[in-house]
Design a protein around this ligand. Structure first.
Ligand code: AMP
Ligand code: MG
Length: 648
């Protein structure tokens, strides 16, 4: 398949995806190109086999135990001799002149009327067919008396009863853990044939990428994909080699890709596949070997720009740049092939059923994955979409699992039962659920609860989203900061039936500017706003409609619409970042955020951050603990140190 952009597309630096394959078609083509293929194997000693995958079935080379063995300390006897024994009429057996310990080969037979002393684990002598426990005998120097009859085979493990010679113990495809190692050791196996882990080269691409541990430069982004992909490769049976991040330079990248492919079985890149200007990886693949690109553009969301290729039998994959897209496409489209190359069986994911609290719109024609967090709802589990979009790494890492919306659906209705594929083997139901507006102060309370062994799930969905969740009974508490301009009261006017207000803390709102900016230095709040409005070069950063801060800004501005007004980010931190990075000169945010960003701050007014509590949940132990934690010295001091204040 070739993509030939028109000259108009080339001029704009943007190409279009000419052929979008369905998820199923792309997978089928990719796997048809790769399989069947021989499984490369290697020999490993037992000591170096942990975590590897058996390449062939293993049969027991010997019987285990190798001989009939005593399970107790006692005497080897012929059961028939004791047929008539009873407490009042014990049978006397003459002792043979040997005692069998573990590792002793018996020399004397047990003839009728005799017994041989034997330890647990000792091999049975010829003639003996059962063991009588030492506790059930009256031993003398040269004979014993036995006051009960026993059945043949009593306390004897027969040769091969644990593992029989020739019996298949482990099947190809089994992952070798400590239990498997124990079993193999027990039958004397020192060396195994295992699947050789596919060697997977992982490369990140992008001029903006910075490795974790290095200082972030302006416009830089930490390379998240490299480490996640390498770890996920290891989790799925591969041997990952992270080769670093490469700038979008066609010549350098081609050299790196050629070298990586020569030394590895699989090449996985991320980024540079979107067909934007500077996205070059997919163009290089065509030159790396036949058949080349199998699919570029798959009807997946997230993950449309995924590129699957096979070059001279080796899979070459370009994952989308956004970490969440990269991980979804990796798990959904690459892991099946990787596991097969590693000799592993297909992964079995745990699924649970949960109901959706909200309608999820979905794009028709693309298989869509929506990440969800699970909370205990009234009738069962509720699956909360955590969607921050595919650019957000936390939408992947903080979710419990995901739901799959088939390509033919354009939405999933609210209230629908959905199958949630879990990221972890079990559902973790938290003790306390907090849904609403997030605040760094909340982390202090959650920290205090976690020290008390109480697990908290906190979903940041904004004040209004939190209130809606509280009204649906999906959380215990909803943190909110909503100003009612009519009553000029925070939060209380927004509570409905069944909710009550738990006072939280106050956050000083103020005007922020870069320290040393003489337009603002030393001014009071009103003067500062007047100064900003008077200077046409002074750029503001606004806040989103519906936020408490925006109400404040609108009051400050009146009818003025200064430059920057339409830049309306959704968080306190984004305002601070815009001013610190000189994309704006002033904005309004809260004091702790201004302080953390090293900005100048002119106090305006206090915002109230409180909690809407579902009254019916008031008596829950975890809610009690939350209310208590709010009042502890640690939390109060912590809040104060971070720049929050508590209502008098
Ligand atoms: P691209 O596909 O290269 O256009 O990248 C799409 C988006 O993903 C951009 O915002 C990139 O900065 C981001 N991105 C690409 N690679 C990485 C990476 N390794 N780690 C984190 N973000 C990345
Ligand atoms: Mg890029």
């Amino acid at each position: 398949m070739t993509h030939s952009p028109t000259s108009a597309q080339q001029n704009s630096g943007q190409e279009q995806f000419l052929t979008i394959l369905s998820r199923e078609a792309a997978l089928a083509r990719f796997e048809a190109e790769l399989f069947p293929r021989p499984l490369p194997t290697e020999k490993r000693t037992l000591a170096n086999a942990l975590g590897l995958v058996l390449a062939e079935d293993v049969a027991a080379p010997v019987d285990v135990p190798p001989f009939d063995r005593s399970n107790v300390d006692g005497f080897a006897v012929r059961a028939a001799d004791l047929a008539v024994a009873s407490e009042p009429r014990p049978v006397r057996l003459t002792l043979n002149a040997e005692a069998i310990a573990c590792g002793t080969v018996p020399q004397l037979p047990v003839l009728t009327g005799t017994a041989t002393s034997i330890a647990t684990g000792g091999p049975l002598p010829r003639g003996a067919d059962a063991i009588v426990m030492v506790e059930h005998t009256h031993p003398g120097l040269s004979a014993i008396e036995v006051g009960r009859s026993i059945s043949p085979g009593q306390f004897v493990s027969n040769a091969g009863s644990d593992m029989a010679r020739g019996e298949v113990l482990l099947r190809a495809g089994t992952e070798i853990g400590s239990r498997e190692i124990g079993m193999l050791a027990a039958c004397g196996i020192a060396q195994l044939t295992v699947a050789r882990r596919p060697r997977v080269a992982v490369l990140s691409t992008g001029d903006e990428l910075v490795q974790p541990g290095e200082p972030l430069r302006p416009a830089g982004i930490y390379d998240a994909n490299g480490p996640i992909i390498a770890a996920a490769v290891t989790e799925n049976g591969g041997e990952a080699h992270f080769l670093g991040a490469f700038p979008d330079d066609e010549a350098r990248l081609e050299k790196a890709m050629r070298e990586a492919l020569a030394a590895h079985d699989v090449l996985i890149l991320s980024g540079g596949t979107s067909k934007g200007a500077g996205d070059v990886t997919h163009r290089i693949i065509g030159r790396l070997g036949k058949p080349g690109i199998i699919a570029h553009g798959v009807a997946l969301k997230p993950g449309k720009p995924l590129c699957l290729a096979v070059c001279e039998g080796k899979p070459v994959i370009i994952l989308p740049g956004f970490p969440t897209s990269a991980m979804f496409t990796f798990h959904d489209m690459v892991v099946p092939a990787l596991r097969r190359m590693a000799g592993l069986p297909p992964r079995v994911d745990t699924q649970v059923t949960a109901s959706l609290p909200l309608r999820i719109p979905s794009e028709l024609g693309r298989t869509e994955f929506a990440m969800v967090s699970l909370v205990q709802g009234q009738g069962g589990l509720t699956a909360y979409p955590t969607g921050k979009g595919s650019g957000a790494i936390t939408s992947f890492t903080q979710a419990d699992g995901f739901i799959r919306i088939e390509a033919l659906a354009d939405h999933v209705p609210a209230g629908a039962d959905v199958a949630v594929t879990l990221f972890t083997p079990r559902v973790r139901v938290p003790d306390l659920v907090v849904i609403g507006s997030h605040c760094v102060g909340l982390d202090l309370v959650v920290g205090e609860l976690s020290r008390r062994g109480i697990s908290v799930r906190s979903l940041p969905v904004g004040s209004l989203g939190g209130l809606a969740a509280a009204k649906r009974g999906e959380c215990d508490l909803a943190p909110i900061h909503l100003f009612d301009p009519k009553t000029r009261i925070y939060n209380a006017p927004f509570l409905g039936d069944g909710l009550e207000l738990v006072p939280g803390w106050r956050r000083m709102q103020g005007l922020v500017f870069r320290q040393g900016d003489e337009r603002f230095e030393g001014l009071g709040a009103e003067e500062a706003v007047r100064a900003a409005l008077a200077d046409p070069d002074c750029m503001m950063v606004n806040r989103n409609q519906g936020s408490g801060t925006r109400i404040l800004i609108d009051q400050l501005l009146g009818v003025e619409r200064p430059d920057g007004y339409w830049n309306q980010p959704r968080s306190h931190n984004a305002v601070a970042a815009a001013v610190a990075q000189e994309r704006a000169d002033w904005g309004v945010t809260i004091a702790p955020v201004a302080r953390a960003a090293g900005l100048g701050f002119i106090a305006l007014t206090e915002e109230h951050y409180d909690f809407a509590l579902i009254s019916a949940r008031k008596e829950r132990p975890s809610v009690h603990a939350f209310l208590e934690a709010l009042r502890t010295d640690e939390v109060l001091l912590g809040l104060e140190r971070a720049g929050f204040s508590r209502p008098g």
